[in-house]
Design a protein around this ligand. Structure first.
Ligand code: DAH
Length: 330
């Protein structure tokens, strides 16, 4: 019996050495610890020993089995954790992933450029709310009730007196209501129009308004300012023209067009902004003496500027937030 136990101890130690995966571990378990395994067999042999030998071998046999079991358990933990690491498959030699850095939206970039051009000319920046009164959006700007010019701007009305502003011109009104001339300010912001959505028009867009009021302002200064602006934004050799137009709040009024020549296509004149000398009615509405003060104003669409500057042909792209579009303006 003693030799048998010694032999099993040796065999177990020998077999253990080769076990390095879960399959071999299972084979080891079956060979030594299963119901018909080697240790079970030893206990069978033990049963038939003469009575006087039993106390001696019983103890040795139990000790051997327990120690083998401990070795087996430790081996099992080691092999299981190794095989988990293999599944993770982490390759520490791979280069790290870089963080994707965002960029300013192309409209923000365009607005920043417009702002910096006008700041250079001494304009300050003023803003107003998107929810406006009919009074500021229309009435004060010389659009009387039932005036057909109201139809030019498809309005989202909130109720009889309030609406989503259709242009940034009401911010002129706010400026004139809240402080005294002289003024030299631009007023950027979001505006809304209840129009059918297409490549050319969207239910919301952005404008920059301009207002200059002083005692000695001229139409020539208005022209000089806007020509300087167009050259800064579109390049020194931009071709432009002033075309007589109508707005209820300016008299005389004009629109500025630039010559647009996409590569391989026919060129054409495209309107970039509206402008004019502030109508004396507007000044009177806002308690500014039209005998003393004179002013000019202008308004432009930021989307329109960005579309011309970057050759974008669909206004909806600005609002889709498609990364393939946005990433082109980093
Ligand atoms: N508010 C006009 C529009 O949305 C644009 C405009 C034209 C603004 C002439 C002005 C201006 O200040 O003088 O169509």
């Amino acid at each position: 019996m003693k030799d048998k136990i010694e032999q099993v101890k040796k065999d177990f130690a020998e077999d253990t050495k080769a076990v390095n995966n879960l399959e071999l571990l299972e084979n080891l378990r079956i060979k030594f610890f299963s119901r018909n395994g080697i240790f079970a067999q030893l206990f069978e042999d033990f049963k038939v020993l003469p009575k006087e030998e039993k106390p001696l071998y019983g103890k040795v046999l139990n000790e051997e089995k327990n120690s083998a079991q401990n070795i087996f358990d430790e081996l099992k933990i080691k092999i299981e954790s190794n095989s988990k690491e293999e599944k993770d498959n982490t390759d520490l030699t791979l280069p790290g992933r870089s963080n994707k850095i965002g960029a300013l939206h192309v409209l923000t970039q365009t607005l920043d450029e417009i702002k910096s051009i006008f700041k250079g000319l001494g304009f300050s920046i003023y803003t107003g709310p998107e929810l406006e009164s009919d009074e500021n959006n229309f009435e004060m700007l010389n659009f009387p009730d039932d005036h057909p010019a109201r139809d030019m701007q498809d309005t989202y009305f909130i109720n009889d007196s309030f609406l989503l502003r259709t242009h940034t011109s009401p911010v002129q009104v706010r400026l004139m209501k809240s402080s005294k001339p002289p003024f030299r300010a631009i007023m950027p912001g979001r505006v809304y129009r209840n129009e059918a959505i297409s490549a050319k028009s969207y239910c919301l867009f952005h404008q920059v308004e301009g207002l200059v009021i002083d005692t000695n302002v001229t139409f020539a200064e208005l022209k000089g300012t806007l020509v300087y602006f167009a050259k800064q934004l579109f390049g020194e050799d931009v071709k432009y023209r002033f075309r007589a137009s109508f707005f209820p709040f300016t008299e005389p009024s004009a629109e500025v067009d630039i010559w647009w020549q996409p590569q391989g296509k026919e060129g054409k004149w495209l309107e970039i902004l509206g402008c004019g000398m502030v109508d004396p009615n507007v000044l009177t509405n806002l308690n500014i003496d039209p005998e003393k003060y004179i002013g000019y104003a202008f308004g432009m669409g930021i989307e329109r500027m960005a579309m011309l500057k970057y050759g974008i042909d669909d206004i909806r792209l600005f609002f889709d937030n498609d990364k393939r579009f946005l990433n082109q303006f980093k």
